[in-house]
Design a protein around this ligand. Sequence first.
Ligand SMILES: Nc1ncnc2c1ncn2[C@@H]1O[C@H](COP(=O)(O)OP(=O)(O)OP(=O)(O)O)[C@@H](O)[C@H]1O
Ligand SMILES: [Mg+2]
Length: 500
Amino acid sequence: METSKVLIADDEHSIAAGLSAVLEEEGYTVEVAADGQKALECLLGGSFGVVLADLKMPKLDGLALLLEMQKREITSECIIITGQATVDSAVQAMRQGAYDYIEKPLTAEKLNRLKALIPKALEKFHVRRANRALASELQALTHYGELTGQSESMRSVYQVIDAVAPSTASVLILGESGTGKELVARAMHQKSERSRGPFLALNCAALPKDILENELFGHEKGAFTGSTNEKPGAFEMADGGTLFLDEVAEMASDIQVKLLRALESRSVRRLGGRKEIAVDIRVVAATNRDLQKALAESELREDLYYRLAVVEIYLPPLRERMGDVRLLATEFLARFSQQNGKRFTGFDDAAMEWVLSYHWPGNVRELKNAVERAVIMSRSGSIGLADIVPRHMRNAPDTPVAMTLPVGSTLADARRQLVLKTFSMTGGDVDRTARVLGTTPAEVRTELAELLRTVGEGNETETPPAAAARNVKGKASVKDKDAARRRSKRSGGSGGAGRR
Ligand SMILES: Nc1ncnc2c1ncn2[C@@H]1O[C@H](COP(=O)(O)OP(=O)(O)OP(=O)(O)O)[C@@H](O)[C@H]1O
Ligand SMILES: [Mg+2]
């Protein structure tokens, strides 16, 4: 087995040769390095389970070798070989993580001890290595590039990024504001061969039409009044890298045509220019708009959409991946505590409960800002409810809202109104409504459907539930549309399936 390899680092040739013969007889593959520096090179190059290191060696002594190994995260176990005069240093080496030490001279008895030590050291090496592999596997599942998230949906986003990164296929990232679309674009760049090239981001909504066109395609000298210099556009500047077009649905339609042309021909022509300039580029675009609507209203050209969305990635809103909230909140807390030079033990129970039950309409951005603000505001050693809940919400939606029932109402009326009030308090979140009421989402839906039915049948009496039900109707239909969009997206290839 490769990891049963033992490295002997000793400048005394006779000792190295003797040890080598003994260990080879035991079945180990042995290599010898004549000084600490050479030993380090061997350790970096091959996977040795154990290194036997003389404490006194030229260039790098045993202790220094041990330190270098730790610095470079080399997991081989180290057994120190020491002369009597240096036993103290050997003990120090053990404190620094050496597995054990053997004193010279290497008598038969000492050699037997060494023979018994090596398999144990190897076992420790294997366990450590397995743990490490597991840890990095877990890390891979909770983080990807700068993205944090361990929910099923985020893991499938990571998979799609992984699969798409090596290609030049255009990618369209969809998702509400603050869900991390730009981070996904950056991760895609970092994971690709293009990471050596530039990553250029351009916000199509932030720039007036003419400026955007100029930014994208550049201009030749004298292309328009006042253009005294030539200027390459983003396409040229991102050559060999990635161009990220944020809020792409906001782009004026004639620029959309030019963009389509550039994507198809993989070349651009500067404003006022004649020659076609070839570009090697990957375009990643993003939008938080309802795409079906933008397409239906012809705000986004369908042909451009198909060009951009060769692969489509949908980033679900944070409220649909609540499993990520605790992880994100804890990480933001660590990040901002460090940035602000503060120390916190964590979130108080009530604060974390609120964090986990709030529906985060501004998604990860809102959570991040809330934690940063809490870190700045908090005067105690932990984040309390008052630190994390935004001021405008402290007495609002999530604190109990009173409910008045006219005498004469039935129990069914009371129940219905309670469901409705809670539904509106949670911002139209069925799951949270069910949690607050201690019932199931299915029951909440039934109750709401029942309400809508009564209203639909033309119940003229303006009972509070009926009045509120009209709002629900609006809200529910918006949600349903969202759900339908997501469904159609899933079947249409949000999981990274090719669009063409
Ligand atoms: N999964 C995540 N892990 C860590 N940080 C995140 C994650 N998602 C978003 N963020 C952070 O939240 C903020 C918003 O992210 P980003 O700018 O990528 O969102 P967006 O979807 O592009 O939003 P918009 O549509 O408003 O442009 C950034 O500060 C980003 O670092
Ligand atoms: Mg963005």
